[in-house]
Write a protein that binds this ligand. Structure first.
Ligand code: C2E
Ligand code: MG
Ligand code: MG
Ligand code: MG
Length: 288
């Protein structure tokens, strides 16, 4: 009967929900141990100066080398890490690992001017965040000038004196601050001037349909002039085609990041990319 069918449907859904809840719990427990088991890895995506084509930095992007699932992208575990609070430990690991890598590269003579690290809103709002960053820098010996923190609009939501002070304290450490995924979240433009930011990253959803899409042309051009008039550098994310590269270069973007240049790469491949890129950019016999 219809009634029975309804009940069966209900039972089916609860069973399915149980399986999901169980899988989630399992994943959360595995993620809890991922840091201590050394299963997290940072990949690096080069950032390219729009004018010279030089590598001006790299964004560190976390991956989870899961023992059974293989390489798990952040979209599949960062939200869970945020909901469970595990993002604090993971974020600390990411920060230290990026600092450690900067020092290792510099010792090896490989100068990547800046390494950018993503900071989740939860991590940023936890008390003691500035002290953690200070400690990561001090204990690894990393150069703060070569470190950039990428914050999202959600971290800066509801602007307060506390947030302003925290950002100023971070700046006092000597690092730079970048606003990630600009235009996708809450945008209280008035506070862009209040906060000591250095850079805006235009979200790749606005880059994807360039240069054909008139709205995206308007949005990216307006973001560029806004950023420039506020004295910020502007980076375009998700540049995949030469036409997109040319467009963002022509409107005055300072730097670009995207599959046209390189996807995020594991350390050894990133080093190979840098070596090849430099060889191509500076032909033998010419100086930089
Ligand atoms: P995001 O910070 O905006 O990072 C850029 C994302 O865009 C990366 O995805 C990158 O692989 C991707 N991307 C770059 N260029 C292109 C392109 O040309 N085309 C396309 N389709 N995609 C491109 P990924 O590595 O999967 O990271 C996704 C998001 O996960 C990041 O977005 C960031 O929000 C978060 N995430 C990654 N690592 C960390 C981390 O260590 N901590 C925190 N809190 N979040 C992280
Ligand atoms: Mg980012
Ligand atoms: Mg982004
Ligand atoms: Mg994005």
């Amino acid at each position: 009967s219809a009634k029975e069918g309804g009940r069966n449907t209900f039972q089916f859904f609860t069973a399915e929900m149980d399986v999901r809840a169980y899988e989630r719990l399992l994943l959360e427990n595995q993620l809890r141990r991922a840091v201590e088991r050394n299963e997290l890895a940072l990949y690096y995506q080069p950032q390219i100066a729009a004018g010279s084509g030089r590598i001006i930095g790299a964004e560190a992007l976390v991956r989870w080398r899961h023992p059974e699932k293989g390489l798990v992208p952040p979209i599949q575990f960062i939200p869970l890490a945020e909901e469970s609070g595990l993002i604090v430990d993971i974020g600390n690991w990411v920060l230290r690992e990026a600092c450690r890598q900067q020092v290792a590269w510099r010792k090896a003579g490989l100068i990547i001017p800046r390494i950018a690290v993503n900071i989740s809103a939860l991590q940023f709002r936890r008390s003691g965040f500035v002290a953690l960053v200070r400690r990561a820098l001090a204990e690894t010996g990393a150069d703060p000038n070569g470190l950039e923190l990428e914050l999202t609009e959600s971290a800066l939501m509801e602007p307060t004196d506390d947030t302003e002070r925290q950002l100023a304290n971070l700046k006092d450490l000597g690092l730079s601050l970048s606003l990630d995924d600009f235009g996708t979240g809450y945008s209280n433009l008035a506070y862009l001037k209040r906060y000591p930011l250095d850079q805006l990253k235009i979200d790749r959803s606005f880059i994807r349909d360039l240069p054909a899409d008139a709205e995206d042309v308007a949005i990216t051009s307006a973001t560029l002039s806004l950023g420039r008039s506020l004295g910020l550098t502007v980076v375009a994310e998700g540049v995949e085609t030469p036409a997109q590269r040319d467009f963002v270069t022509n409107i005055g973007c300072h730097a670009m990041q995207g599959f046209l240049f390189s996807p995020p790469l594991p350390v050894a491949e990133f080093e190979a990319f840098v070596a090849e890129h430099r060889a191509a950019a500076i032909p033998a016999g010419k100086t930089a």
